[in-house]
Design a protein around this ligand. Sequence first.
Ligand code: C5P
Length: 215
Amino acid sequence: SGPVGLLVAAGSGSRLGASIPKAFVEVAGRPMLEWSLEALRAAGIGDIVVALPDGAVAPAGVIGVRGGATRSESVGAALAAAPGSGPIVVHDAARPLVPPSLFADVLAALEHADCAIAAARVTDTVKEADPDGAVVATLDRSKLWAVQTPQAFRREALQAALSVDAAILARATDDAWLVERAGGTVRVVESSPANFKITTPHDLQVAELLLRQRG
Ligand code: C5P
């Protein structure tokens, strides 16, 4: 069967400083999660499960589930409600600028991997420092990727990867890492830094300007 989209929208968004959950903060006149829903539909993905904060109402035409305490628990809750048996594409509601074509790109890359993730080449030099700020290493930038969503998964691979202790789920900042640690194959699909995640008030201002331009 066809792909199912899981939209994770259950985060509090405390770093944004808003009084309502981040996915419901308005960006260019619509709740943030609506931009990602529109992109999923434009990509031809009609089966969508949204992981929501406690008490939130699901948007029309999607399956709503209550999210978990961590991002990966929210993915697990959404996966449990996913219809059919086709591949899964996970997307953050916090990335409203996603181009619809990126969903097809990551799904196509599943032909050669258990998981395929949108990622942008790193343009800054990245260093590792100890807690005092002393630099211990400078990483080889040419090999580094800043990971985004969408992330596509063969369904069995995602199910197996999520079947681990809550303590491990809590450490996962992306679901692809869970596939890596389970021994699965993960590929990057080159994406633009324009598909950034809204975390801070500055990110929200930039997204507002860009989405207003789209009209
Ligand atoms: O915290 P961060 O910005 O990395 O969250 C990424 C995405 O995961 C957001 O779209 C957020 O709504 C979602 N999330 C979730 N459930 C949680 C934590 C985060 O659905 N418990």
